[in-house]
Design a protein around this ligand. Structure first.
Ligand SMILES: Cc1ncc(COP(=O)(O)O)c(C=O)c1O
Length: 404
């Protein structure tokens, strides 16, 4: 069991907003003191650019930055730290893969497959690359719970498929996709598997080697770390032959007026000054999550999902968008209410200190495929309590009655 009171005390935001019920963790999480301290410590004690200076301060900053990379590698089970590229976040990671791998490996007649539940970040980069190369972008349809059937896989996946890009967990349905199973299907047709882990890495213990995906990308800010730092993992053999799409300082072996030899990975993919403090603070966030215990956090989220799902089921006007069981989803539930707009509900809830997201959650095709308008999304994390879920259910009932 988590000691939620103790955990909440680690998050200064809750001291400044004691009445806030923060249920928008899928958008971004709050930050514990240790993460904020890692950021300020870097700027107060170690600030220098990395891999550029041969003086002690720069070497100290470089060592801390590389130690953060090794921590991330270990956290997700990568074979080596050189498979970890620091990015701005998931969007940046997916654009990197689309521009660097996609552009170089797609041509007219090829197909890229994504699911109907993708965040815009995991299909707009593919849409663009398909437009540029003449490849075709196709969508898997998912069932009411957010699972893709065996028949759908058989129907859509074929020898023309070159890339499958899919969310490990949907930011609207919450549903967790079985990446390990999918990797086998994708590799059997010779395609690569790109995983958008924005909603998975903060919640699930991950081993990329075991999943056998080719690319795995996530954002620090959804897992207690600062905004502006993210991770792209890719298999070493792919990174070795992949070209960078951003060029500049810090990523070359040698350069002349007409030619360049790039450095090896990961430097090759990190042109310009990286978010050094962010990477170090991400390492602090990983330490914090591991100290609390990922398994305990997961059990806590499942308990909160069960409570919320059973509470919502009592009102027949509440319709879930995503019918997965608590154990099949990460810590979020999306829903709408017959006859009341999600923005009105969210407004009422906000006036009662409840912070939830309302709208399409950057997944418009999903809402279109479900013929559904805007939805409300409650997303929780290690510091949320059962009492907060109960308040949400109580205030939601009030809001529904109010707008009747
Ligand atoms: C599933 C999913 N993919 C991608 C993103 C984009 O993440 P970021 O804005 O951190 O780049 C999000 C953000 O909500 C997400 O939920």
């Amino acid at each position: 069991m988590l000691n939620v009171d103790k955990i909440r005390a680690d998050f200064p935001l809750f001291t400044h907003h004691p009445d806030l019920i923060y249920l928008d963790n899928a958008a971004t999480s709050q930050k514990p003191k240790v993460v904020i301290k890692a950021l300020t410590d870097f700027y107060e004690r170690s600030n220098a650019n990395v891999h550029r200076g041969i003086y002690a301060l720069s070497e100290m900053a470089s060592a801390a930055y590389e130690a953060a990379r090794s921590k991330v590698a270990k956290f997700i089970g990568a074979t080596s730290a050189s498979e970890i590229i620091f990015t701005k976040g998931t969007t940046d990671g997916l654009n990197l893969v689309a521009q660097s791998y996609g552009l170089a490996n797609l041509q007219a007649g090829d197909e890229v497959l994504v699911a109907d539940f993708e965040h815009h970040s995991n299909f707009l980069p593919w849409q663009k690359v398909c437009q540029l190369t003449g490849a075709k972008l196709k969508f898997f349809g998912s069932d009411a719970s957010g699972f893709i059937s065996k028949e759908e896989w058989q129907k859509k996946l074929n020898q023309k498929t070159k890339i499958v890009a899919i969310a490990h967990a949907s930011n609207v349905l919450g549903t967790i996709t079985d990446i390990k199973k999918i990797a086998k299907l994708v590799h059997a047709v010779g395609a690569v598997l790109v995983v958008d882990a924005a909603q998975a890495a903060p919640h699930l213990a991950v081993d990329v080697k075991d999943l056998d995906c080719d690319f795995y990308t996530f954002s620090g800010h959804k897992m207690l770390a600062p905004m502006g730092i993210g991770v792209l993992y890719a298999k070493e053999k792919i990174l070795e032959v992949m070209s960078p799409y951003q060029l500049g300082g810090g990523m070359i072996e040698s350069v002349s007026e007409q030619e360049v030899i790039f450095a090896v990975s990961p430097e090759k993919f990190e042109a310009g000054t990286p978010h050094v403090a962010g990477a170090i603070a991400l390492a602090a966030a990983i330490d914090y999550l591991q100290e609390v215990g990922l398994a305990k956090i997961r059990a806590h989220e499942i308990a909160l999902s069960e409570r919320l799902l059973s509470g919502l089921a009592k009102n027949k006007r509440v319709k879930l968008l995503g019918e997965a069981q608590a154990s099949e989803r990460t810590g979020l539930v999306s829903f709408h209410v017959d006859g009341v707009h999600a923005h009105d509900l969210s407004d009422y809830l906000a006036k009662n200190n409840l912070a939830l997201r309302a709208g399409f959650h950057c997944s418009e095709p999903l809402h279109q495929s479900r013929s559904c308008g805007a939805t409300l999304r409650a997303s929780y994390y290690l510091y949320n309590t059962e009492a907060e879920i109960d308040t949400l259910l109580e205030k939601l009932e009030e809001a529904i009655n109010y707008y009747e």
